[in-house]
Design a protein around this ligand. Structure first.
Ligand code: SAH
Length: 330
């Protein structure tokens, strides 16, 4: 099988150049498809891998919304890009304490990660996209660090698309004074999520690295072995991400027929969901781990760590209750 590098070079040789989105899609399909990138021995660590508290509070958010929606029996739990399945496992454990044990539907394209997920979630079913799910019961959809991995396009301020070429033995992207990003793939994905929720009922919780509202600029970045790396070198060997434009996602969701809540900072959302109480309870049960639990809480919520850069946004079907953790508009 040709490597992503060979495939990209062949496409560039045939067409002269390719879009940033095609470069990112080809690189990430190989990157995620061929390995488990998460954890200390991998390339990066995500919130559910930092502490069980993260997935548990997501589970409590789901169970609370479900209870106030009248406990519909045919609810499905859906996760987009579930990584190792850690968030889902922790969330399902928390939900089961409140009497909710929904079928588990995972939207995942990576064969390598599907295998890891199957070990953690033997009851799950897998899908390539959310529109492939059967049935018509309500869905609760969770996506943590999913949208930042979807391909982006880049343009200059005159609207010209920036293209990727291969010259002097390396990939180069067209230069521009100002780079304007958008992600047709992310907009398509949010429209599908919102469309399904509008039709079937339910809600969604989306958590990701966020662009500051109204800001522009090149945010494409690569991470390898927990360090920033050059996104234009060795495609398929490193994780490519870009900051998520929650404003654009929220607009697309609204126009697809759902209500949008937030985005709010991850720190504020976790505080509102009761991470303080959860941390105290865990520390009482495991006194030897008190310091580790406090450190994890701090990583997830402190403004200088993940608390502000990461945002949380919820979608709900029009006739579903207000979700917890968001200040309702005054
Ligand atoms: N949510 C997990 C993993 C985040 S990494 C966590 O928080 O730990 C991104 C995840 O999205 C991986 O599982 C990756 O395989 C998946 N993914 C990336 N692009 C995808 C696509 N186009 N369709 C479905 N899954 C995708």
């Amino acid at each position: 099988m040709p490597s992503p590098d060979q495939r990209l070079r062949r496409r560039i040789a045939a067409q002269g150049s390719i879009s940033v989105a095609d470069f990112m899609a080809e690189a990430n399909a190989h990157y995620y498809g061929s390995r488990d990138p998460l954890g200390a021995a991998g390339d990066f660590i995500t919130a559910p891998e930092i502490s069980q508290m993260f997935g548990e509070l997501v589970g409590i958010w789901i169970a609370d919304l479900w209870s106030r929606a009248g406990r519909p029996l045919d609810l499905h739990f859906v996760e987009l890009g579930p990584g190792r399945g850690t968030l889902a496992r922790d969330a399902l454990r928390a939900m089961s304490r409140i009497g909710l044990a929904p079928p588990v539907e995972l939207v995942e394209t990576s064969p390598a990660l599907r295998e890891v997920q199957a070990a953690n979630l033997p009851q799950a079913r897998w899908h390539d996209r959310i529109t492939d799910l059967d049935g018509d019961g309500p869905l609760i959809v969770v996506a943590n660090e999913f949208f930042d991995a979807l391909p982006i396009t880049q343009h200059d301020c005159e609207g010209r698309e920036l293209r990727v070429r291969f010259a002097d033995g390396r990939y180069v992207r067209d230069a521009a004074d100002m780079v304007i990003e958008s992600s047709p793939a992310a907009l398509e994905a949010i429209a599908q999520v919102a469309g399904e929720i509008a039709r079937r009922g339910g809600g969604a919780l989306i958590i990701d690295y966020s662009r500051e509202p109204g800001s522009v600029g090149d945010t494409l970045q690569a991470v390898s072995a927990h360090e920033r790396a050059d996104p234009w070198i060795d495609p398929g060997s490193r994780d490519l991400t870009a900051l998520v434009d929650f404003g654009a996602l929220g607009e697309r969701a609204t126009s697809s027929g759902v209500r949008v809540h937030g985005p709010t900072g991850q720190g504020d959302w976790l505080d509102a969901m009761g991470i303080g109480l959860r941390a105290a309870a865990l520390a009482r049960r495991h006194p030897d781990r008190t310091e580790e639990i406090a450190t994890a809480r701090d990583r997830l919520t402190a403004p200088g760590q993940m608390g502000r850069l990461f945002k949380v946004m919820a979608l709900t079907a029009p006739d579903w209750p207000e979700p917890a953790g968001f200040m309702s508009a005054m």
